[in-house]
Write a protein that binds this ligand. Structure first.
Ligand code: UGA
Length: 450
């Protein structure tokens, strides 16, 4: 069946993006950047007002400027709920979150279910619904059944997972390495091809898959990435007791193209709103499907990752003895650089634990201190880097922001009480720091401090 859509045929598609968290806000701006007419739908009034005013409710390099531009060009509008205007859209992207449930490892799909049901009451029969949220395999089939019943027709539902990374989100959205579309109807693929045409024209492959495979691609990709990081961190544990060096090891194995050198950076491990909860949700879903043993190893991936945090707490105690009253400065608190996301941040977890053990933990971070104030007010915050380390008994590098790599260890050394640093991300020039008189401790390495 060929469905004629005037807007689609002209190359411009009227789209809605439902859920304007990290993924949704980025996707909405990216769609507007591609020239489409975008309506962003977000029930949270503070997020909504912020976006309407052109202010991103989170830190993401480049996205703020792009938002200002598409707002000025009238290519994007924001509203709290569906209305007759959003109902006339040809394509609806569902981008709401699927956080870990409070009482189990499973993903909480209630926001996706609610968004799909609400939308089903409004959409026109020719419209396509593309799910972008990361969901347990099988979710889309349940959503489709619910939507068909509410809409009273066969809804064109597709699954179109997103692979963007925080810190490079807009670039990843506009220049992805692949577009994955899982679908039950050719019409869905045709509309998605239309909306992604400018990207496809640059040679980006579009993989047309069945829906369960498309759902699985996303969790499998994140599980693989998490496994790679935990693999090198497991090697770090072995290196620490055998006199080996995990950083050199990673470099050496990474030369093998079959292994590759990406995602082999050893340190305090992965955090954020995706990898940790996605591997847990994957195990929970596999267990529901009766194949828990197939992905049982992901529990070890999780455990290796969390043990790296224990290791830093242990090293701090070894260095300082009792932590009571000791000043520890944490450099970087977000889960990765170029982001103010504190969800499951290894640096935050370590800081909280050191603080609970009696240390006076002072945090410096280029962009995350206001988020930290809400999330962990018990931690001290200091915007000035030199003030943050003044009188410190121990410095820990928790997030590899560029500015920390560029610190002059000589000048820095004159401010602290004790020149000891734990490099939690293995990014410092050990020789330079040591020659400035610092004791450098790093994960997975046996650094001799003379
Ligand atoms: C991750 C995936 O990389 C994206 O492809 C995916 O779209 C996204 O999740 C998602 O599901 O939405 P993101 O969470 O932004 O992206 O961050 P990553 O770059 O994957 O880093 C995750 C964590 O791993 C960070 O804490 C980082 O510091 C850590 N990491 C990364 C390491 O410890 N070592 C490495 O070698 C690489």
């Amino acid at each position: 069946m060929t469905i004629s859509l005037s807007k689609v045929n002209s190359g411009l598609v009227k789209v809605t993006v439902i859920g304007l968290g990290y993924l949704g806000a980025t996707h909405a701006v990216a769609m507007a950047e591609l020239g489409h007419e975008v309506i962003g739908i977000e029930p949270d009034s503070s997020k909504l007002e912020s976006l309407k005013a052109g202010i991103l409710p989170f830190h993401e390099p480049g996205l703020d400027k792009a938002l200002t531009k598409v707002l000025a060009e009238n290519r994007i509008t924001f509203q709290a709920t569906h209305d007759s205007s959003s109902a006339s859209a040809d394509l609806h992207f569902i981008c709401v979150g699927t956080p870990q449930t409070k009482d189990s490892d499973a993903a909480d799909t209630s926001y996706v279910v609610a968004a799909a049901k609400e939308l089903a009451a409004w959409i026109k029969p020719t419209a396509v619904v593309a799910g972008k949220s990361t969901v347990p395999v099988g979710t889309a089939a349940t959503l489709k059944a619910a939507m068909d019943e509410i809409a009273g027709f066969d809804v064109h539902l597709a699954w179109n997972p997103e692979f963007l990374r925080e810190g490079t989100a807009l670039e990843d959205s506009l220049r992805p390495d692949r577009i994955v579309v899982g679908t039950w109807s050719q019409h869905s693929v045709d509309v998605l091809k239309e909306v992604y045409a400018p990207i496809l024209e640059t040679g980006t492959p579009l993989l047309q898959l069945d829906v369960p495979t498309a759902e699985l691609v996303k969790v499998a990709a994140n599980a693989f990435l998490a496994t790679k990081i935990s693999f090198i961190n497991a090697m770090a544990e072995v290196a620490e007791v055998s006199g080996a060096d995990a950083v050199s090891l990673a470099k050496a194995i990474g030369y093998d193209e079959r292994i590759g050198n990406k995602f082999l950076r050893t340190g305090i491990g992965f955090g954020g709103g995706c990898l940790p909860k996605d591997i847990r949700g994957f195990v929970a879903r596999a267990e529901e499907l009766g194949v828990g043993s197939a992905v049982e190893f992901l529990k070890d991936v999780d455990a290796v990752n969390l043990r790296r945090r224990d290791k830093v707490v242990e090293l701090a105690s070894q260095e300082l003895g009792s932590l009571t009253g000791k000043k520890i400065t944490m450099l970087g608190i977000s889960f990765k650089p170029d982001s103010d996301d504190l969800r499951d941040s290894p640096a935050l977890d370590i800081s909280r634990r050191l603080n609970a053990m009696g240390a006076k933990v002072t945090v410096h971070d280029p962009v995350s201190l206001s988020a930290l104030a809400t999330r962990s007010p018990e931690l001290l915050r200091e915007e000035n880097l030199n003030e943050a380390v003044r009188g410190a008994d121990l410095v820990i590098l928790g997030t590899e922001w560029k500015q920390y790599r560029e610190i002059d260890p000589q000048t820095f050394g004159s401010v602290v009480a004790t020149k000891t640093i734990i490099d939690g991300r293995n990014v410092l020039d050990v020789a330079a720091w040591q020659s400035a008189g610092w004791r450098v401790i790093a994960l997975g390495r046996n650094i001799s401090n003379g």
